[in-house]
Design a binder for this molecule. Structure first.
Ligand code: KPL
Length: 326
């Protein structure tokens, strides 16, 4: 299949390399320094399943025929601009794969596609969550610091066939794929993990594995407990022992990784704090409740987070200007 990976950061580049290794024709769209490095020396994956990949890389969507699918791997704060650029480029629906952390992802994408004149509701959108650790070590160099499972919705109903094709595409990357009939719960399970790991690691500048030590452990558990409460208010009950088991399992399997939020802070970029902790605080507020630990860490990370450039396509994502050849 011809795949456009829009957002060639750590995860987009890693998944792009995995798809290329599986025989798909992958084009990456990324930030200028990443694109320059990949054009000059190829995309280098170090760590797990290391390799060098010579892939076409662009800073804006190439004015080519539509790809068979798009892996939209920009961060949640860049989603609206990236989806708008796709909606302006192609009038026909192209299946989209969404690996973002956080809440409200599909809604943001569909709205932005429709607002740009693209096919909002007609697009097959497959959200998936994963715990694959990836770090951008330098432009063009991504460390795969371990492996992880891809959790996907079990295909059912009218779009099942199209979803099945996307699941096969994901499966070709060589990670275990876990289809879930209760995918909403799976989204919450991942949100709980991110709500506990990402802000604490970003706040203290520590790799995920340090969360087993105090005081980080206590902070992560307090955030986990509040995220569990937000899930419960939303009708999803995740028992404390299960939530903790999931948290420590991800901490162990990604121990050497620096969370995506920490990587963003270190590079002076916007973070996903709003789509994670901000969303939880809003959910609790809408039920008349407060999440004090989450609110405090949200305040601290917000204070250190770069704002997306107003009016720009994306804070630091790939360029999303409308190509001339339309
Ligand atoms: O999703 C992640 C992230 O960093 O955003 C985890 C799984 C916590 C890996 O670091």
């Amino acid at each position: 299949m011809r795949i456009l990976v829009f957002g060639a950061g750590a995860i987009g580049s890693l998944f792009g390399a995995r798809l290329a290794a599986a025989g798909h024709a992958v084009t990456l769209v990324g930030r200028p320094e990443q694109v320059r490095a990949i054009r000059d020396a190829g995309l280098q994956i170090v760590g797990e399943r290391a390799g060098l990949f010579r892939l076409p890389a662009e800073t804006t969507i190439p004015p080519a025929p539509p790809p068979d699918a798009i892996l939209l791997a920009v961060k949640s704060f860049d989603l609206e601009a990236a989806s708008g650029a796709i909606g302006r480029q192609w009038a026909d629906p192209i299946p989209l794969l969404l690996p973002q952390n956080g809440w409200g992802i599909e809604r943001t994408v569909r709205r932005a596609l429709a607002a740009a004149g693209g096919p909002g509701d007609a697009t097959v959108v497959l959200r998936f969550v994963h715990s694959v650790p990836a770090t951008l070590e330098a432009p063009g160099v991504v460390r795969a610091a371990g492996t992880g499972t891809l959790v996907v919705p079990a295909p059912r109903g009218p779009g099942a066939e199209a979803v099945g094709t996307l699941l096969a595409l994901l499966g070709s990357m060589g990670y275990p794929v876990e289809p879930r009939a209760d995918f909403d719960r799976a989204l919450w399970e991942k949100l709980l993990v991110n709500a506990a790991i990402n802000p604490v690691t970003a706040d203290h500048g520590i790799p995920n594995g340090r969360l087993v030590d105090d005081p980080f452990r206590g902070q992560a558990l307090a955030l986990l407990e509040e995220a569990r409460r937000a899930a419960e208010l939303s009708g999803i009950r995740i028992p404390a022992d299960e939530a903790e088991r999931r948290l420590w399992s991800v901490v162990r399997s990604t121990a050497a990784n620096r969370s995506s939020m920490l990587q963003d802070l270190e590079r002076g970029r916007p973070t996903e704090i709003e789509a994670i902790s901000g969303a939880l605080v809003e959910i609790a507020r809408s039920h008349g409740e407060r999440l004090p630990h989450t609110e405090r860490v949200l305040g601290r990370i917000r204070a250190r987070t770069a704002r997306p450039r107003a009016g720009s396509a994306a804070s630091d994502g790939p360029g999303t200007r409308r190509p001339k050849a339309l």
